[in-house]
Design a protein around this ligand. Structure first.
Ligand SMILES: C[S@@+](CC[C@H](N)C(=O)[O-])C[C@H]1O[C@@H](n2cnc3c(N)ncnc32)[C@H](O)[C@@H]1O
Length: 343
């Protein structure tokens, strides 16, 4: 194996680059401030300047680290590494991109992986101010890491219910290029589910169904979300169920990560479980910020197959419940397996 799973060659990086940290937290620059908000205060669609500064000091560094680590890991997998190193341009769709934590983390991961392609980002979000910060932050990243990023902002508020979401998302997607290298939705579709008071399911299924046809042959989809309870449901269970429904109904796209779920997807007996990853982040306003998230990576079947044939046989699944391989503290090797939690 290439050592990315539980090897010694790659570690979870819990910090953000000093230039970015200074830019975020300096009162003369963005004036970000660390403050954990209660779950119910975590809707960001109508966040004002003050709340966005808290987002930038608290949640942006988390998304940045998560995206940098997880995309570095994906980009290091054979054959993704070979295929992506030949790309001259990379087209990215990010739904609910906000201030750009996961986009900036991705750009950093591309630079870390030695990929020099020009990046086009199609960035969808309902919060105009957040998108303004994203543009400023991407300009800052470009100056410091030498990757050219072309940003197209799509400032639209989407209906929160899956049907309304589908209609609008279809219209927006029709305006995008037809070969996307990466499709992301990080911590955004959960906000729609929380705000929607009408539906039992989330908008993850339509998100996958509508965007997947745009995926290039060697393209990737990454979806990351919070592991909290809202509307009496565990949000990662909502995500896992929606994902399973999407995968059950089509033949062209398959799961890549978590490896254990990907290996068993056709005959998975588990219902209501989800992968939960635990790491930490540190920066000048908080030396130790523990984080938890649920994460899935998908790709076209051929790509997924060629990655999975290199994966360890019998990667852990729900049988591994509670085993310590999953919980990784600072400076421990990165575990891709996550912890499978049943509800
Ligand atoms: C938690 S933030 C995530 C931002 C970014 N992806 C990250 O990981 O840092 C969720 C984003 O989803 C956006 N969002 C939530 N509901 C939305 C809706 N109905 N239409 C458009 N954007 C929405 C918010 O404006 C916010 O920027």
């Amino acid at each position: 194996m290439n050592g990315l799973y539980i090897g010694n060659t790659q570690q979870w990086s819990d910090s953000i680059p000093t230039h970015l940290e200074d830019f975020l937290f300096s009162p003369n620059a963005l004036g970000a401030r660390f403050q954990r908000l209660r779950c119910e205060a975590q809707s960001n669609l109508y966040a004002d300047q003050e709340k966005l500064r808290i987002y930038l000091g608290t949640y942006f560094p988390r998304s940045f680290c998560e995206s940098r680590n997880l995309h570095t890991l994906l980009l290091g997998l054979d054959p993704v590494r070979q295929l992506w190193s030949q790309k001259r341009t990379i087209h990215i769709l990010d739904f609910g991109s906000g201030t750009g934590g996961n986009v900036c983390g991705l750009v950093q991961a591309l630079a870390d992986s030695g990929i020099k392609a020009k990046v086009h980002v199609y960035s969808i979000d309902g919060n105009k101010e957040a998108l303004m910060y994203q543009r400023i932050l991407l300009e800052h990243m470009q100056e410091h890491i030498g990757i050219t990023v072309d940003l197209t902002v799509i400032n639209e508020v989407f209906p929160n219910d899956p049907e309304g979401f589908s209609q609008k998302f279809r219209q927006v997607v029709a305006t995008l290029p037809h070969q996307l290298d990466l499709i992301m939705a990080w911590k955004s579709l959960s906000e729609l589910f929380i705000a929607d008071q009408t539906s039992f399911v989330g908008s993850y299924t339509p998100f996958f169904e509508i965007s997947a046809p745009l995926l290039a042959q060697d393209g990737l989809m990454t979806v990351l979300d919070v592991t909290i309870k809202a509307r009496q449901k565990w949000l990662p269970v909502v995500l896992s169920k929606d994902l399973r429904q999407f995968l059950n109904n089509q033949t062209d796209v398959a799961l890549i990560i978590p490896f254990g779920c990907a290996q068993r997807q056709d005959h998975c007996p588990a219902r209501g479980c989800y992968p939960k990853f635990e790491f930490s982040v540190s920066h000048q306003d908080c030396g130790y910020d523990p984080i938890k998230f649920s994460f899935f990576a998908l790709g076209r079947k051929d790509l997924a197959k060629s990655i999975l044939k290199r994966a360890p046989v019998d990667a852990p699944c729900q049988d591994e419940l509670g085993k310590p391989a999953a919980v990784v503290s600072r400076l421990r090797p990165l575990s891709l397996y996550g912890k499978i939690v049943e509800r």
